[in-house]
Ligand binder design. Sequence first.
Ligand code: MN
Length: 200
Amino acid sequence: MMSSEGMIMAEKNQLKKYREKRNFKETPEPKGGVKKKSKKPIFVIQQHDASHMHYDFRLEINGVLKSWAIPKGPSLNPAIKRLAVLTEDHPMDYANFEGVIPEGNYGGGTVMVWDFGTYENIKKISMKEGFKKGQLEFFLDGQKLHGAFALVRTNFRGKEQWLFIKMRDEYASAKKNPVTTQKKSALTGRTLRQIAKEEA
Ligand code: MN
């Protein structure tokens, strides 16, 4: 158990970047905080119609949402490796955020909760260790995505890069593509356009 003081320090450090990038007088995004871990750890994938459309994949690890921007979104095909760009830790409350970040603000554009659910660590080391090593393997139990996935850190032309990969199991598919066939919010059933209109 972490002491409350330790919790506050961890919070300051872990969410510093997140808070520095945002003006909470302008953005409806949550200020949030570090939380005690959920019974089952959660994940969320948010489609983000910003300057470039992308999908933000977030995994609960030690009281925050570790986050990666995946330009093309997840694939169910184990042969396809999707680039995942590590971004700043987000607060747990962010998992429920769906709305519009006003133009001119960091990440300005519409955010939709494309998928959410819980996950299970399927590697023999902790998620914290896995993150440090750049080797995460987890089983997703979402509204849309199911099965085993991996996030692997590689070195590409001297630059560290993460790849998001579907692992081989009964949920893998070279044909199904939920990014194009299941476009609505897993939280509210709305389209990006509806969210943009209703939350503006
Ligand atoms: Mn984003």
